[in-house]
Design a protein around this ligand. Structure first.
Ligand SMILES: Nc1ncnc2c1ncn2[C@@H]1O[C@H](COP(=O)(O)OP(=O)(O)O)[C@@H](O)[C@H]1O
Ligand SMILES: [Mg+2]
Length: 234
């Protein structure tokens, strides 16, 4: 579904991504784990064209979308749930979902709308008229995810969805993410939370200094003390 090959991205003269390659398939959650500052956000920003890669290719369903403007990439079916959630705090839950609903893509296996997003997150339905700024952190994360879903994506990029949330909420989010993949979505899950990645993803990549330094199944990574110590501070 999503194929990233040898991606290089710079901020000014700082070389941040050093040839990152990965593939996310339909019905799969692929996690990228790494400590602060290794380039995880730069990776998702490069995929969705918020940052301009200096080299490498990005393909969606076999079509080269490298260098396309962000709005076109979203229209073609890639949605980002940004780090820190970034909901419109002064707008209601429903208003937060109405804005992206107007610029949807067409033709995914499952067609999302505001009601089906509420079905995925019933808590949001109950709070539909509340200001987003008054929601708890977990509810704001659900809203950020629901907002991505109503654009009807084929590929969902999640940038540290578990950040700052209680373990119980993290487990709930993990279950929803797995469910989305089972329904056909390709999910790229960026995390620092080892347990979240472990329980959610079918495959895990470990990132360090702008490079993928390890690729394996979650079980294999769980047993690899050297990689965990060296790159994840565990
Ligand atoms: N807009 C920017 N301009 C310059 N440097 C940046 C910018 N954003 C991030 N960086 C730097 O790029 C590196 C990777 O950052 P980032 O992708 O945010 O890492 P992560 O998401 O893994 O914490 C860091 O050293 C960070 O300081
Ligand atoms: Mg980040």
């Amino acid at each position: 579904m999503l194929e990233v090959t040898e991606l290089h991205t710079y901020y000014g003269f700082s070389h941040i991504l050093h040839g990152v390659s990965l593939t996310v398939n339909r019905e799969q959650v692929l996690a990228v784990l790494g400590r602060n500052g290794v380039g995880k956000t730069t990776l998702v920003h490069s995929i969705i064209s918020f940052a301009k890669p200096a080299g490498g290719r990005i393909k969606l369903e076999g079509h080269d979308i490298t260098g396309f403007p962000a709005h076109q990439i979203v229209r073609r079916g890639i949605a980002l749930v940004p780090q820190g959630r970034r909901v419109f705090r002064s707008l209601s839950v429903l208003e937060n979902l109405t804005i992206p609903f107007r610029c949807r893509t067409e033709g995914t296996s499952r067609s999302w709308d505001i009601e089906s997003a509420f079905d995925a997150f019933p808590t949001l339905r109950a709070r539909r008229d509340q200001r987003a700024g008054n929601l708890s952190g977990g509810e704001q994360q659900m809203l950020a995810m629901a907002r991505a879903l109503v654009s009807n994506p084929k590929v969902l990029l999640l940038d540290e969805p578990s950040e700052g949330l209680a373990p119980l909420i993290v487990r709930e989010l993990s279950d929803v993410i797995k469910e989305l993949a089972q329904q056909g979505m390709a999910v790229l899950l960026i995390e620092q939370n080892f347990n979240m990645a472990l329980r959610t993803a079918q495959r895990i990549l470990v990132m360090s200094r702008g490079q993928i330094v390890h690729r394996s199944s979650p079980q294999e990574l769980a047993e690899n003390q050297e990689i965990k110590a060296r790159y994840l501070g565990m």
